[in-house]
Design a protein around this ligand. Structure first.
Ligand code: DAH
Length: 339
């Protein structure tokens, strides 16, 4: 029964090897070692001829059982290993570059408002906010624009309900600030404004302004000029020239429109400045004593200046944009240029 013992020994070794087997290559080696043409089990089967008939039957039977057992163990381990390999392999190529998430950018109007604000903040102004839905008092009356005055036409307005309207300029915030606080004041007031204008390349029913106000005991026209000229140089470049043209605004006296030398042609005259070399960028003046009276300030004690500028206009000049509608269309091809 030597051979039977040998068979048992082979089986024991096979069991040990198969239970420590971890890879397909190793498994194939085991298969060859036990079931291959010159394998352990095969050579036992080959040697059957030299045995007694009784032994032959017993050994033959056992060897065949082992052979089937070995090969089914090998097959099942093989499919187990294959499955595991599939699980470990990702269904994609990990060496490919990833898809970058699309990055947003600051809207050009927000960006320009930020730059304007930074300049005034560096000059000691603070930033304030005010309502967009406003009463006639704040948008008109307190700013010395009486109901029947033709200057109201210049600030054509969307009415909401009764005496409420969408503010037609940011000047309303001046009134709120002055009602709530005493001078000295140095404030800028950025925000949205609304006018029922037909939309075209230079008009929109909604746009942005930055209002400014400085009030104190000895604020002069020269302070207005100094602050605005510093602003223009910081915003448009140190070689920019500024000029003040007399104008009329009900809330300031005297009033001026402020021009800068054309940032495209440097003042020689081009399409952007309509050939005259200057670009109008804001309105300004010394606060009208009537406005001080409306908020309860003593006009004999305080003086001040105010100004208001359109943000879209400045952004269009800075970036060379020729159609205001581009700001509101949310077209990524336009917006992604402002990074
Ligand atoms: N509110 C004026 C407008 O919308 C702009 C303006 C002009 C504001 C002169 C001012 C100012 O504060 O003093 O056209």
């Amino acid at each position: 029964m030597e051979t039977v013992k040998k068979l048992e020994q082979i089986k024991k070794e096979f069991e040990e090897e198969i239970s420590s087997c971890r890879g397909e290559k190793e498994l194939e080696d085991i298969r060859i070692r036990y079931l291959g043409r010159k394998g352990e089990l095969t050579s036992v089967l080959r040697s059957l001829s030299g045995l007694s008939p009784e032994e032959k039957r017993e050994v033959g039977k056992k060897a065949n059982i082992f052979k089937n057992e070995f090969s089914s163990r090998i097959d099942s381990l093989k499919s187990e290993l294959e499955e595991k390999e599939e699980e470990d392999t990702p269904g994609y190529d990990i060496t490919l570059p990833g898809t970058a998430p699309s990055e947003g950018s600051v809207h050009p109007i927000t960006r320009v408002m930020g730059r304007i604000s930074d300049i005034f903040v560096s000059l000691g102004f603070r930033i304030a906010d005010g309502p967009e839905v406003e009463s006639e008092f704040y948008n008109f009356e307190a700013l010395n624009i009486p109901l029947d005055h033709p200057s109201r036409d210049a600030f054509d307005t969307f009415y909401v309900e009764g005496e409420y309207l969408l503010r037609s300029h940011t000047s309303n915030v001046q009134i709120h600030i002055m009602q709530e606080e005493e001078p000295p004041l140095q404030v800028i007031m950025p925000g949205r404004v609304y006018r029922p204008d037909a939309v075209d390349a230079t008009h929109s029913f909604m746009f942005h302004q930055v209002e400014g106000l400085m009030v104190g005991e000895d604020i002069r026209f020269s302070d207005l000029k100094g602050v605005l000229s510093l602003f223009c140089k910081s915003m448009f470049g140190k070689d920019i020239k500024m000029r003040l043209r007399p104008h009329f605004f009900p809330f300031t006296e005297p009033s001026a429109e402020v021009d800068i030398s054309c940032i495209i042609c440097g003042g020689k005259g081009c399409r952007v400045c309509s050939g005259n070399g200057w670009l109008e960028i804001l309105g300004a003046g010394m606060v009208n004593p009537r406005v001080f009276e409306a908020v309860g300030y003593d006009p004999g004690k305080y003086t001040g200046f105010a100004f208001g500028m359109g943000v879209e206009r400045i952004a269009m000049l800075l970036y060379g944009i020729d159609d205001i509608r581009l700001f509101y269309e949310n077209d990524i091809r336009f917006l992604e240029q402002f990074r």
